[in-house]
Design a protein around this ligand. Sequence first.
Ligand code: ADP
Ligand code: MG
Length: 195
Amino acid sequence: MRSDGSDPAVVAWVGLGGNWPQTPRLFQGALRRLQSQALVHKVVCSPLYLTEPVGPVCRQRWFLNGVIRIETGLGPRALLRLLHRIERSAGRNRKQERRWGPRGLDLDLLFYGARRICDRRLIVPHPRAHQRRFVLQPMVDLAPEWIHPGCGKTIDTLLQKVDDTHLTILWDGWARTLNRSNASRAATRTFFPDG
Ligand code: ADP
Ligand code: MG
């Protein structure tokens, strides 16, 4: 490990969420931004799911959720700062939004290798990752055997046992979003394991 807490190439998982009409394009922009970083490699995105809103704000659009796997030389705090910068450039302004309410782009750091971190700004593994079907479902699509470093269980086991009954429905609009844009097929293949 380096002095800034980073490893030469750690596998990190980022949760993607949002429920604005333009959210698919914001996801696409976020993937491109991640891919353009010198210290971020092998960006792969899960399938996306339409998910029922969780929490007290019920009367809002369903969310789109997925997860991104990256390999990175950034330390965990630098990675969270990068995620916040990407959120801001997608128009996110936390001061103007309600907790659990509508947002265009939410990027959460779910896992940073097997590291466990708990400070004022960053908790890893993300404290609700193991309780949310909308996190576990897309992560199972990419890495069912990934072990949650907090409880030692695989993501597959956590999904089978999760109490969260909110619906998650596979969304088939991603390919259309990518095809409408100028994304090259090569870039698409980079993001999607079988794209
Ligand atoms: P949420 O994602 O819980 O709906 P926010 O995206 O507004 O809400 O995040 C709230 C705060 O949570 C952020 O200011 C951030 O510093 C903090 N935070 C702590 N741990 C994490 C993490 N693992 N990933 C993302 N944000 C985190
Ligand atoms: Mg967040």
